[in-house]
Write a protein that binds this ligand. Structure first.
Ligand code: ZN
Ligand code: ZN
Length: 362
């Protein structure tokens, strides 16, 4: 697993002219090395693959990352800086790139201070490993399918048990238990159950509001399996929905259907977003869809590529979809005072179209 990913990373470093990369983001580190502990970093060059971690993780790192040379962090005052300096000197490096999006100012200061008396220069780099992670390999797809199946089965089991007098919080707990019972390691993110007017807030937190009858209930949830995140949204209604619900639900569902029918490699991400946005706008609710259409999922719940509007003037130059991307497709309409409807499925971009991975009923 990690061997192939390491090869791809080395190729990417070569293309960018970077002799070495310090990988400190936990998700990137896990992706490249397999190491899942809470503390550690990788130093990757064309020939070397080092893993820095502390004494708590030495045994685990040896098991999870057999291709890596382990270096134990011993100085608690300078956890990473001393090791980095030592290794860079030993490898004869003159430049080490670091993940600018994941290194704090304080860490950077510490690295710079430790490297001050050496010829090694620090070079900010962005998105090197993230770009590799956008295209999932077979092992990742198998894990994602497992997380998605658990999520689908859990929501399918719980929805018939929901009652109007139950609170959002109770429903969220039932969904959490149902995912854990089916093998989830944890939650992809805190479950959203938002009833009635609360469902107009795309990221509402479950509270003591009863689910009630005849009004929208948004449920957004996902199982976490071996570090991989599922993500699913369904909007349901207990009892007889009002006319508004029928109208809004159908618009959102049609918008999502247009996207799922149109996703394919080569399509620009902003064009995918437009497939849903134009449909919702044509129905008169363009200003009620206030978020992007979707995002990649994997070792992070939100990762690239991102399906969203292009910046003005950039419609023809944005990033495109690739086979192997796993994307959420989650259009929504939110009406203050009434509530909202969002429907979210995960789809794998295939060689010529997409495969909808989420199977829960809509
Ligand atoms: Zn979601
Ligand atoms: Zn999502």
């Amino acid at each position: 697993m990690s061997h192939n990913r390491l090869t791809r990373l080395r190729a990417a470093l070569g293309e960018r002219g970077l002799p070495a990369l310090l990988v400190s983001s936990p998700a990137n580190r896990r992706y490249i090395s397999g190491f899942s502990g809470s503390n550690g970093a990788l130093l990757i060059t064309a020939d070397a693959a080092l893993l820095f971690t502390d004494g708590r993780y030495v045994i685990q790192a040896g098991r999870e990352s057999p291709d890596f040379e382990l270096r134990e962090i011993v100085n608690p005052d300078h956890p990473m800086a001393d090791l980095l300096t030592e290794a860079a000197t030993e490898l004869g490096l003159r430049q080490v790139a670091f993940e600018a999006a994941h290194v704090s100012v304080a860490q950077h200061y510490e690295f710079a201070r430790a490297l001050f008396d050496t010829p090694v220069e620090l070079e900010p780099a962005e998105g090197v490993v993230e770009a590799l992670r956008e295209v999932k390999d077979a092992e990742e797809l198998a894990t994602l399918r497992k997380a998605i199946a658990i999520t689908d089965e859990a929501i399918t089991a719980v929805i018939p048990q929901l009652r109007p007098e139950m609170t959002e919080r109770q429903a969220a707990w039932m969904l959490e238990v149902a995912m854990r019972e089916r093998g989830a390691d944890g939650l992809s993110f805190p479950i959203i159950v938002a009833a009635g007017p609360n469902s107009a807030l795309p990221h509402a937190r479950p509270g003591n509001e009863p689910l009630g009858v005849g009004r929208p209930i948004i449920i957004d949830m996902g199982a976490l399996v071996d570090g991989y995140h599922a993500d699913l949204t369904r909007t349901v209604c207990l009892g007889e929905p009002d006319a508004q619900f029928h109208e809004i639900y159908n618009i959102v569902r049609e918008a999502q259907g247009r996207v799922l029918a149109g996703l394919r490699p080569g399509l620009r991400c902003n064009a995918a977003d437009a497939l849903a946005r134009e449909h919702i706008a044509a129905a008169g609710y363009g200003d009620k869809f206030g978020h992007g259409l979707g995002h990649g999922v994997g070792l992070d719940i939100h990762e690239g590529p991102s399906l969203r509007r292009a910046a003005p003037g950039k419609e023809q130059s944005g990033p495109r979809l690739h086979a192997g991307n796993v994307m959420s497709v989650e259009p929504g309409i939110y009406l203050e005072g009434w509530g909202g409807v969002r429907i979210e499925d995960l789809a794998l971009i295939t060689e010529d179209a997409c495969e909808v991975l989420s199977k829960a009923n809509k």
